[in-house]
Design a protein around this ligand. Structure first.
Ligand SMILES: CC(=O)N[C@H]1[C@@H](OP(=O)(O)OP(=O)(O)OC[C@H]2O[C@@H](n3ccc(=O)[nH]c3=O)[C@H](O)[C@@H]2O)O[C@H](CO)[C@@H](O)[C@@H]1O
Ligand SMILES: C=C(OP(=O)(O)O)C(=O)O
Length: 423
């Protein structure tokens, strides 16, 4: 398995271009199954999960062609309705094949996604929502088998999500786009990636309103068509580079961002002492000669502080002048980076879903293990700050969510090198 070797202690300085968002690209790639016409997608990030989605689409019968870097055409009708375990196990987001496949073909079998380090991540809300739309659902040998009502078309329904779920909301939006009648999703997720999916669905002829609020209304149509869509900027990637700049006391400009989407993160970075300036779609963060102040964080669905930025922010608090608390409310097991950060000299204790952090002026390089995507990002940031050499093992997680990470970090003056493994 590949590892990163990081020589810490250099302030990150310069500009970095932010890629399209993984969490928008994945549902949007899967929503191409709702039509047989050609959809051209731009600003598609080069990520392992995106490649897995292309493989899944091809197995299901779609033709995917690269036009140029970041631009892909997806066309043709889905012909198979089975999303196999081998692919689904590597990417949780593939559960979002269930809605569009059932809506387009009237029947589908999607493997239950495998377990994930950050929590149990059940899919009951996806299943209950589809059942409200008239689907008969059975669980068989690890597969979810869904059948639309007689006539092959799902029915619009009033769905109250018991919990706010991002991919749950997206799965049901896609299913509802081709259903008969109107679907109302109450207590819907409000993440910017939901809005991007809704924009793409509207471009395809779907009648979606209310996205970005907690009540989304979808009037089903019989057929959707092709067209072109550009994936929204990755707010989590941008936030990660801003924190890396801040933790190393550098000056970083993120280009190609959608700054409004980062409001909850930027507010906390300012409280932590950063100078932040927005100019169009660029965000400048300057931390030269400034001190990191401790800031308490509680993760929450959008527009709260994103759980996908929690691990990275914890590194900032570990370097701050004072005590702070980080509370994780979304996933029950998302503190796996903390024992690793402690091995690098951080002083963090966990009690329940809260991390109690006592800031220290410096971290020390060490050999650490990445356990999930954002935990990996936090260890890379810690390595860039730390005195000496840090080896981050199992970085395949990182390749799921950060496009050209070494190139981008090096472009900012950081010292990072990939050590190729045998497996
Ligand atoms: C591909 C993608 O977009 N991934 C994001 C998505 O994951 P994902 O959509 O999987 O996360 P959810 O919003 O569904 O999870 C929120 C909470 O609801 C629970 N839950 C969810 C579904 C369900 O059927 N039953 C249930 O109990 C989960 O276990 C979790 O505790 O949103 C998360 C929360 O912002 C982010 O961390 C992930 O990066
Ligand atoms: C948890 C994440 O992603 P996924 O839902 O794809 O596992 C993430 O992006 O941090």
């Amino acid at each position: 398995m590949d590892k990163f070797k990081i020589e810490g202690g250099k302030a990150l300085n310069g500009e970095v271009t932010i890629s399209g968002a993984k969490n928008a690209a994945l549902p949007i790639l899967l929503c191409t199954m709702l039509t047989d016409e050609k959809i051209v997608l731009k600003n598609v990030p080069d990520l392992r999960d995106v490649n897995t989605s292309f493989k899944l689409l091809e197995i299901l019968g779609k033709k995917c062609t690269k036009i140029e870097d970041g631009v892909f055409a997806v066309e043709g009708a889905v012909t198979s309705n089975v999303a196999p375990y081998d692919l689904v196990k590597t990417m949780r987001a593939s559960i979002m094949a269930l809605g569009p496949l059932t809506a387009f073909l009237g029947e589908s079998s999607v493997s239950l996604p495998g377990g994930c380090a950050i929590g149990a991540r059940p899919v009951d809300l996806h299943i209950k929502g589809l059942q409200s739309m008239g689907a008969q659902i059975e669980l068989n040998e690890g597969y979810i088998h869904a059948v639309a009502p007689a006539g092959g078309r799902l029915r619009g329904a009033e769905i109250l999500m018991e919990k706010v779920s991002v991919t749950g909301t997206e799965n049901l939006m896609m299913a509802a786009a081709l259903a008969e009648g109107t679907t109302v999703i109450a207590n819907a997720a409000r993440e910017p990636e939901i809005v991007d999916l809704a924009d793409c669905l509207r471009m395809m002829g779907a009648k979606v309103t209310g996205d970005g609020s907690d009540k989304i209304v979808i009037e089903g149509v019989k057929k959707l068509h092709g067209g072109e869509h550009s994936i929204v900027a990755d707010r989590i990637e941008a936030g990660t580079y801003l924190i890396a700049g801040m933790a190393t006391r550098g000056r970083v400009i993120c280009r190609n961002t959608k700054p409004d989407d980062l409001d909850p993160v930027l507010a906390k970075l300012r409280l932590a002492g950063a100078y932040v300036e927005i100019d169009g779609n660029s965000i400048l963060l300057d931390m030269t000669n400034r001190r990191i102040k401790p800031v308490d964080i509680i993760t929450a669905p959008h527009p709260g502080f994103p759980t996908d930025m929690q691990a990275q922010f914890t590194v900032l608090n570990a370097l701050a002048e004072g005590e702070s608390k980080v509370t994780e409310t979304i996933f029950e097991n998302r503190f796996m980076h903390i024992p690793e950060l402690n091995r690098m000299g951080a002083q963090i204790k966990i009690a329940g879903n809260t991390a109690f952090i006592s800031g220290r002026p410096m971290l020390k390089g060490a050999q650490v293990m990445a356990t999930d995507l954002r935990a990996s990002a936090s260890l890379v940031i810690a390595g860039l700050v730390a005195q000496g050499t840090t080896i981050v093992d199992r970085i395949y997680h990182m390749d799921r969510g950060y496009e050209h990470i070494e190139r981008k970090v090096r472009g900012l003056g950081g010292s990072i090198e990939r050590i190729k493994g045998n497996v």
